[in-house]
Structure formats: C-alpha cells, structure tokens
Write a protein of this length. Structure first.
Lengths: 167, 210
C-alpha cells in the first residue's frame, strides 16, 4: 500500500477527522455502523477523512458538540479544513465506506439501523454540497478498515473475510 | 444528563459491585458449562473516550468473537462478551468436541456458531439475572447477537446511544481467564457493560446511593 519509506500513515479515530497530503496516507480502523468519508482533490493531491458515528448533529444532546461525530457537521467541518489547505470545494470528490449492520436484531430501537441511516445522511450532505461520490463500499455486515492514498486517489478496504480490495 | 460530573467514588464502588456480582455468576456458569476452572479479575469501572474504549480489548482492528445484547427495562444499556479468536476456539472445540473447529474459517461451521450463541445466552443470562437480583430492578435482555469481526466494528454499536450525550463512556469491565492455559494469567475474555446515560440514576437509586 505504501511505497515511500518516508511516508506516514495518519490515523483517524472514531468521531475524529484529519487531512493528508502526498506522500502520506490516511487511515481509520474498525468501521462498523460508522461511515468513513474521504473527500479529495485529485490535482492538489490532498484528502481529508472523517469517521462519523451518527447521522445528524441535532441528535447531539451536549452543550458543546464534537462536529466530527455527525454526518452533517462532520462533512461541513472537513470541507472547511480542506479549504484552509487551499482546496477549492468544487474540486472535491468523495469515496465512502462503512455503514454496516454488525448484528441482526429484531428491536424497535433506531440504534440498530444506524448503519444505513448514517450512509443516507452522508449521501444527503454530500449532495447538498455538490460533491460527487466516485466510489462506495457501504452496508453489509462486516467491519472495515480503510486507507486512502492521495497520490493514487484509491481507497483500500480491508475486511476480515474478503481481505483487501480497492475502490 | 451530565453523567461525568456526578459520579463519586461511592458510585464507582456500586458499579464495581455490579460488575463483580454479574461476572462472578457468569464465570461460574462458564466453569460449569466447560468443566474448566474460570477465574475473573476484580472489575474495573472506567470513564474512557471512545478511542480509549477501542484499546480495552486489543485495538479497533483486532479480530474477536463478540456477543452483543441490549438490555431493556428499568435499566437500559449494552452488554458485550468479547473473546480473542484463539480462546473462543478452545472453548467451542471443547464444547462440541471437535478439535478442528476454527472461528477463522470461512464460512464458520454452523454447529460451532450455535454453540457460541448458546454460550452467550447462558453467560449474559447469568450476569444479568445476578444484576437484577442484586438491584431488584427489572432487566430484559434481547436475544444475543454474535459477530466475528474487528473489535472496533463490534463495540461501536454500544457507543451509539451514549454518543448522543457524551464523548466518554462509563464501562464496567470484568476480565476472565482460564486457569492453567499455557501457565499464563493473560486476560482471555471481557464482559463489558455499558449502561445508557439515563440508567445510572436508576441503578444508584435502587442501591441507595443517589
């Protein structure tokens, strides 16, 4: 995955976000119902990744919110972060992965459908911002670890059963 | 509820006692089921960030066998029983008398999966009935679900409810280990009880520390 020995892997935790430039790559581990959203600029070779847990920041019931936790505020904040790096928003494209349903349950709790709801919210927010989704690997019932390389604009996805694939 | 500020050391002791009683019953049930001696560690009650939570069982990417259920009733929350693949293999091989059974195989043989599911039923049942007896609160567990996957992907479902009100989680963590297994006392499995934020008050009230 990584060619240059001087390159680093930027790690993004749950409900966190960060940006990356070549020759580095950016990675988040163990996505279940969470969604990893990568926004990237092909010409500038800059990308950002946000690991979102919940669809809407209106679900937050705290005084100060961690914007990276929610699809709507997380994508907004990531766009703003990329702007600071000199990226023009209209150049941004997206690749997304995650939103699995790890356990099958018959429960009336909305929590159990959180994966699909997260994916829907991400798509809605990207559409609102006019950012096209170039590739996605969403749904299913497997956990995913993803790593994006801004040099190739490829997102590699590892699952326990299917090994590594690239989109 | 601003649950980070109202928790005192007395509250922590109560939560530890819940972990203690629940896991002691579950460890006994597991010992009976397997005919092996299962010991447990003194429970830890910790308030951790979501990312620190990932480190409690070897990291977000570590592949584990996970049993998950929701609890409903007077107390609501999520409960997990997490085993490393190797330990889950040993238990299930013993239980179904098949030395070749392996959770790493694809697909995983049905018999072993049902045995694991049943083990999850028994362990969570004994943990929660002990908890219910101790607190005299009504607790209804859902049927446990089983997943063999990355720990981060499994545990995050238990963080969803909490993440609406906090960026930290209070986790009642009890570790178990199998005595005599390669002479080490390395931790072999975890029970994680994650009460929903609104449920702490019910627990404390029931035990007279509100």
């Amino acid at each position: 995955m990584i060619s240059s020995s001087s390159s680093q892997v930027i790690k993004v935790g749950i409900a966190q976000m960060d940006v990356v430039k070549i020759p580095n790559t950016i990675r988040t581990s163990g996505l279940g119902s969470c969604v990893g959203v990568v926004l990237y600029d092909e010409t500038k070779k800059i990308a950002g990744l946000v690991h979102i847990m919940l669809p809407e920041s209106s679900l937050g019931r705290t005084e100060t919110i961690n914007v990276a936790k929610f699809a709507d505020s997380g994508i907004q904040a990531l766009i703003a972060m990329l702007k600071l790096e000199g990226v023009q928003p209209f150049r941004l494209k997206a690749k997304i992965a995650g939103g699995a349903q790890m356990f099958k349950f018959t429960s009336d709790k909305d929590t159990m459908r959180i994966g699909p709801r997260n994916v829907e919210a991400v798509k809605r927010e990207l559409k609102k911002n006019g950012i096209p989704i170039v590739a996605e690997d969403t749904g299913g019932n497997s956990g995913r670890t993803i790593e994006f390389n801004p040099a190739t604009c490829m997102l590699s996805i590892r699952t326990v059963n299917q090994g590594v694939s690239e989109i | 509820m601003n649950h980070s500020q109202k928790i005192t050391s007395m509250h922590l002791d109560v939560l530890k006692e819940i972990g203690n009683i629940g896991a002691a019953h579950a460890a006994t049930a597991l010992s009976d089921l397997l005919g092996k001696k299962i010991d447990m560690r003194v429970p830890k009650v910790e308030m951790v960030t979501f990312n620190d939570m990932m480190e409690l069982a070897g990291g977000a990417e570590k592949v584990v066998v996970g049993i998950f259920l929701r609890i409903e009733g007077d107390v609501e929350g999520s409960m997990f029983f997490i085993l490393p693949i190797q330990q889950a293999n040993r238990f299930i091989q013993h239980l179904i008398n098949d030395k070749n059974f392996d959770f790493s195989s694809n697909p995983i043989p049905e018999l072993g999966l049902s045995a694991m599911q049943e083990m999850g039923n028994i362990l969570s049942g004994s943990y929660l009935s002990a908890l219910s007896d101790f607190t005299r609160l009504k607790i209804y567990p859902t049927v446990p679900g089983l997943s063999v996957d990355m720990f981060g992907a499994i545990i995050s479902i238990g963080l969803i409810e909490i993440s609406e009100v906090s960026d930290n989680v209070i986790v009642i963590n009890t570790s178990i280990f199998e005595e005599g297994f390669d002479n080490s006392k390395e931790v072999r499995g975890h029970f994680f009880l994650l009460p929903d934020p609104e449920s702490f008050e019910s627990i404390f009230k029931a035990l007279g520390v509100s």
